[in-house]
Design a protein around this ligand. Structure first.
Ligand code: PGA
Length: 249
């Protein structure tokens, strides 16, 4: 059985005082069939470490262990600061910083090297969907962004349609199912059914308490990557509760 993962991506939001919001999540996951993760800005990751029982992650890493890379942070540094996981290849990184699939692959290897769970993000733009290219784009991103060596223990894939992030718009449930089934099939082709069957596939993009249960019911959806709704403990808790009524196979 794949444990549902509900991961909060705080993006460039929050302050030290946000520990109060995090504290409201303590004890939130009594159901062993699901787990939660909060990825705050890296300054807060370090500030929260040791002050919460909520598992923490980061939002990006460099691929090198250290050296002359001004402004960057290595996977090893994130691990030392308390991260258990790192989001990689988020569409905002791809847009703001020109990250390519090849960059994401190097970062994923770095995350594995440091013992972090890599949450590898892929997703089509609205123009690509309108042009009927969604599955082609997703397959290509997955093929290049994910290096050899993915397992259920070191990798999670997040499908995030770019046009659904922060917009309040979501694909239909059939569209989510189509992409997730296709990702699972791609992983099976590459890794074999056993390994592919253990890797969790998250959906991200305007997940709210009101739509979470229907999305999490989809067979190959194993949780969510939550942006805006992760900033308020009540909303995040509502999404976690929706996950706990579901079971992935
Ligand atoms: P959103 O963001 O939930 O605010 O749409 C999701 C994400 O970017 O991971």
């Amino acid at each position: 059985m794949r444990r549902k993962l509900i991961a909060g991506n705080w993006k460039m939001n929050g302050a030290r005082a946000s520990i109060a919001e995090l504290s409201k999540l303590e004890g939130l996951h009594p159901d062993p069939a699901s787990e939660i993760l909060i990825c705050p800005p890296v300054t807060l990751l370090a500030a929260f470490e040791g002050k919460t029982s909520i598992p923490l992650g980061a939002q990006d890493c460099h691929w090198e262990t250290g050296g002359a890379h001004t402004g960057d942070i290595s996977a090893e540094m994130l691990k030392e600061a308390g991260a258990q996981a790192v989001i990689l290849g988020h569409s905002e990184r791809r847009t703001d910083h020109g990250e390519t699939d090849a960059d994401v692959a190097r970062k994923t290897e770095a995350a594995w090297r440091a013992g972090l769970l890599a949450i590898v993000c892929i997703g089509e733009t609205e123009a690509e969907r309108d042009a009927g290219e969604t599955l082609t784009v997703i397959r290509q991103q997955l093929q290049v962004s994910l290096p050899q060596g993915a397992t259920a223990e070191n990798t999670v894939i997040a499908y995030e349609p770019v046009w659904a992030i922060g917009t309040g718009r979501t694909p239909t449930l059939d569209q989510v199912a189509e992409v997730h089934d296709d990702i699972r099939a791609s992983l099976e082709g590459r890794l074999g059914a056993e390994i592919a069957g253990g890797i969790r596939l998250l959906y991200g993009g305007s997940v709210k308490p009101a739509n979470a249960a229907a999305i999490f019911e989809i067979a190959n959806v194993d949780g969510g990557l939550i942006g805006g709704a992760s900033l308020k403990a009540e909303d995040f808790a509502g999404i976690v509760a929706a996950a706990e009524t579901q079971r992935s196979p």
